[in-house]
Design a protein around this ligand. Structure first.
Ligand code: HEM
Ligand SMILES: [Cu+2]
Length: 585
């Protein structure tokens, strides 16, 4: 026969997908991006709960130092370290890229799955291994490392630091494994966006969520290797006695046998990863919040192109600011000047994003749904965290505030609470798609208000403590002359607020689990969203997402309240009619 045959590809045929026959193949060793997404998210939330419990323990100690004696000074340092590292890497990075990245990218760009489903599956299992290795450090002699999440040598390795026996080895090993796992996932996210988009899905028609996750994945692929080599070199210093980072020093009266390494080199490597890491977490949150605001205000996102370019520019600039974390390392003032300048320049695209979110809300048909509440909550916490960042970006202001609770207040607002609020909003938003059911609205609203008001009660007073000079990573303040009694009162109030927020999360978990079984069944597209993930033939989407035929995209993701259209949204895969002119993208 003369007909040309070609190998079916992911783009047009279901065949190349591996359809599992067994329950285990479907839900355990799954190659379906949606199942992998849930596995990632569940694991991240599981280990995140450990980090949350650690924060409650620290707060009990800080608020009532003479009452709760179940943690000792070294345990406090271990809790600080594990809490910080778990929150940043194992919870936020994993859930935003491994969880939301996996779930949303193929559905939003109109693909059947990730381009390399098998590697995608491996990525999750390697991540799980990293989590297990990390968690194991709670059970080894000496316990987990107490070096602080920044792991600065030389103290990380020296005897005086808790967990210097096994804890630090497991931490470094776990991070290296995490990075291997992430790389497998990250390559998938990038290649899928570049290669597997449905017909008509140009880059400039992708929803902001995909843009945020896409740029963050590229950044992570560039930033994590710096941490990877730093971990390996530190492991060698610890295990084989090399001196990459360890200087020639005496510890407790004895020469520890290292020579000539550079601790500052570690700081550079760490923050070359560490600062972009902030945006690896923030950019997906920026993208997702843009979509939440647009859908629930029934308006197109204001300045879509500007929003996309801001994401790209922020991502690029964030590789040139890392040393603003090192103003107190004794750097040359010109160096500090450069980094202060580049840091403040990032405020420009960031402020543009904030204005555009506000302008999207402006005169919108705002539905105060739970996802919208969380999105608005994010705007508050992010603006507040951003403002204190402007202070810390300047060398002369940062130096006295370094290592105080001002810094703790700042970064919890901007990169702790803000992405967490977006994650909650996003889970509520996509829950009906993932499960086919709706959660309990009243309970969800309680969850929002307690969490939102609670985080202000926790983190706002920390700025005040910091200005008073209260240091971070201190087990107890004791009778310090320059710290007034009001600091102790503030610490008690913060702890009470933290406990309330802690228990309020039970509302969330109860709601998610209860609704899975007893929640009201939802119609396929309950929010009336225009983006592709809500247009699948089955809800929840089946393996392969689109049934026999892939969608064809005719418009951008933001056709809301278009004059003349029969409904207040037009799905991306709906062809043009005379009534609904194409948006100029
Ligand atoms: C209600 C939630 C939370 C509470 C009550 C809380 C509380 C704390 C406390 C008490 C400290 C130690 C301060 C010190 O003595 O230096 C701390 C440190 C830290 N937290 Fe949180 N936190 C919370 C959520 C988060 C989240 C969501 C993140 C994600 C970015 C995060 C990241 C960190 C980091 C990176 C550190 C620094 C660790 C270090 O100094 O090595 N926290 N937190
Ligand atoms: Cu930074």
């Amino acid at each position: 026969m003369a007909t040309t045959t070609r190998t079916p590809t992911l783009a047009d045929d279901l065949k190349p997908l591996h359809h599992p026959k067994t329950w285990i193949g479907k839900y355990v060793w799954s190659q379906d991006h949606k199942v992998i997404a849930i596995q990632y998210a569940a694991t991240a939330i599981g280990i995140g709960i450990v980090a949350l419990v650690l924060s409650a323990m620290m707060r009990l100690q800080l608020g009532f130092p003479d009452t709760f004696r179940f943690i000792q000074p070294e345990n406090y340092l271990q809790a600080v370290t594990m809490h910080g590292m778990i929150m940043v890497v194992y919870l936020l990075t994993a859930i935003l890229l491994g969880g939301f990245g996996n779930y949303l990218i193929p559905l939003m760009v109109g693909a059947r799955d990730m381009v390399f489903p098998y590697v995608n599956m491996l990525s999750y299992w390697v991540y799980l291994l990293a989590v297990i290795v990390l968690a194991a450090s709670f059970f080894v002699p000496g316990g987990p490392t107490g070096a602080g999440w920044t792991l600065y040598p030389p103290q990380t390795i020296l005897e005086g630091t808790p967990g210097h026996e096994w804890g630090i080895i497991l931490m470094l090993l776990s991070l290296a494994i995490f990075i291997v796992g992430f790389t497998m996932g990250g390559l998938n996210y990038v290649v899928t966006v570049l290669q597997a988009r449905a017909k008509g899905m140009t880059l400039m028609r992708m929803p902001c969520s995909v843009w945020g996750i896409f740029v963050a994945s590229i950044m992570a692929l560039l930033a994590f290797p710096a941490l990877f080599v730093a971990c390996i070199m530190m492991l060698l210093d610890r295990l084989l006695g090399t001196s990459f980072f360890m200087p020639a020093i005496m510890s407790m009266g004895t020469d520890v046998g290292y020579e000539g390494g550079s601790p500052i080199l570690f700081q550079h490597l760490f923050w070359f990863f560490g600062h972009p890491e902030v945006y690896i977490v923030a950019l997906p949150a920026f993208g997702i919040v843009s979509d939440l605001i647009s859908v629930h205000a029934r308006k197109n996102i204001f300045g879509y192109r500007m929003m996309v370019w801001a994401i790209v520019i922020i991502g690029a600039l964030s590789f040139f600011v890392w040393a603003h974390h090192m103003y107190v390392s004794g750097m040359n003032p010109y160096f500090g000047f450069f980094f202060a300048t580049s840091t403040l320049i990032i405020a420009i695209p960031t402020a543009i994003k904030v204005y555009n979110w506000l302008l999207t809300l402006w005169r919108g048909d705002i539905h105060l749904t739970v996802p919208m509440l969380f999105a608005i909550g994010f705007l508050f916490t992010f603006i507040h965290g951003g403002l204190s960042g402007l202070f810390l970006g300047n060398v002369s202001v940062d130096v006295p505030l370094s290592d105080t609770f001002f810094v703790i207040g700042h970064f919890h607002m901007v990169m702790g609470v803000s992405p967490i609020l977006v994650i909650f909003g996003a889970i509520y938003h996509w829950y009906p798609l993932i499960t086919g059911r709706m959660w309990n609205v009243a309970v969800a609203k309680w969850h929002f208000w307690i969490t939102f008001l609670g985080v202000y009660a926790i983190f706002l007073p920390m700025h005040y403590l910091g200005i008073l000079g209260v240091p971070r990573r201190y087990f107890a303040l004791g009778e310090t002359a320059f710290i007034p009694p009001s600091a102790h009162l503030a610490n008690q109030m913060i702890t009470i607020a933290a406990l309330i927020v802690f228990f309020a999360q039970l509302l969330f978990f109860w709601n998610m689990i209860w609704s899975l079984f007893w929640g009201k069944k939802t119609p396929p597209n309950p929010w009336g969203a225009a983006s592709l993930e809500w247009q699948t033939p089955d809800v929840p989407p089946a393996h392969g997402n689109w049934g026999p035929k892939l969608p064809v995209v005719h418009r951008w993701a933001y056709d809301y309240s278009v004059p003349g259209a029969p409904r207040d949204f037009i799905p991306q895969n709906e062809p043009h009619t005379d009534l609904t002119k194409a948006h100029a993208t």
